[in-house]
Structures are given as C-alpha cells and as structure tokens.
Design a protein around this ligand. Sequence first.
Ligand code: PEP
Length: 243
Amino acid sequence: MSKLVAGNWKMFGDQNMLSEIKVIDQYCHKIDCEVAICPPFQLILSAHQQTKNIKIGAQNCHINANGPHTGEVSAEMLIDVGAELILVGHSERRQDNNETNKIIKQKAEAVQRAGATAVVCIGETLEERKADRTLQVLQEQMLNCLPKNVNPKNTVVAYEPVWAIGTGLVPEIDQIRSAHSFIRGFLASTFGAEAHNVKILYGGSVKGSNAREIFSISNVNGALVGGASLKSSDFIEIIKAAS
Ligand code: PEP
C-alpha cells in the first residue's frame, strides 16, 4: 500500500509559513505516496486553497457537530474548510487536556460521522515500556479508542511512543517492528479483512536521516512527523524516503 507522510505542526505557524506548505505541495506533484499537513486551525482554509497535491488535516476536534461549547471546533466545521483528516488522541492532548481513551473514542467517532479520516494516536510512556507493558498499553488504547467501524478510509492508527516525541530518541528497529506487528494483528482480528489495509504510521523523532530505515520495517505504512515537518526541506527528505 502507498505510504502516508503526515506533518503535525502542533501550535506553530502563522500565515508566513504557508509558503512552506506551497513548496511541499509543489514537490508532491507526481510522487508515489500520500502527504498531509495538519497546521493549526487558523491556517487550514488558506492551506487547503493553496494546495493541489497534498491533504490538509487538523490536530483536534470536539465530539459534537455544534452546540454551546465556546472555543471548540467540530469535525464538520473542519471539513467545511478543507480538512480531510483529523488527529485524535495525540499524547500532548492526553497530557495537557486530560483526554482519556473514552473521549478519544468519541472524537474518532465524530471524525467518522463527519466523513473525514481519524488518525488515532496511541503509544506507551517510558515508564510503561520499562515495566514491559508496551503491548498491553497499546491493546488497551486500541480497545478503548477505536470506533466500532474501522476501515482504510475512515481510520489511520499512529503508533507514537510518548518518550520518542520531540526528544530525538527513536526506538530500536525491533521495537517498532514488534509494536506495528501487534497493532496489525489486533486490527485484523478485531475488524476483519479490510483492516489489513488500514495504515499504521510510526511517529516520534522521524527525520530525513532515519526515515528510510523506519519505512523499511514491515507494517510501517508511513509516518506522523512533528518537528521535521515545519521546514519544507526537512519534510521533503522524509517524503523522498517514502516515495
Ligand atoms: C508528533 O508530534 O506527533 C511527533 C511525532 O513529533 P516529533 O516528530 O517532533 O517527535
């Protein structure tokens, strides 16, 4: 299956940064993988209007379509301005906003209801890995965060070890292989044949210099990239490795 390289800009980026998105979009003319950028909310519409070859996504949404929820944005509203995929359950939101597996599942359901692709983020903390609980944590998160219907169109799973996000630390190749193979097995046994084509992204300190090796691991169908997605030249190195 073709790989997906998705950039998560977190809370970085103003209108000047749209030029980076345009450079990435131009590079992505006729390449052999899917590319997405999830900028902060205020850039989604302009990014969508100024791109042809990449998808634009969002980093979060509310569980409802609309209502008296001051300061919130729904999946329907994000789609209205051009978002095609929406991250849910990023570890920074789990930590900063106390998002639980239950809330994350409701958000993933909201994304599906609205008709976009939910990129559901899961991953263990360093403590959990040291206690040899990684696969158990991944199973709990998948059992409790994934909606009833999961198929390649409505869901992507992103494996992001919390200790590898923004730290420069990357798991051993075997650790990534074992987590991705476990996730694939869970998806196949829970959601059936269609789940074989659900993309599983690796996320955590991916950069141009390590992307090729990470993409060669079985069941790694792309990457969710934070820091290295902010500069077009860095991000394009990762795209090259995937295409
Ligand atoms: C992320 O924010 O999802 C991420 C993987 O960040 P980084 O690539 O900077 O580790």
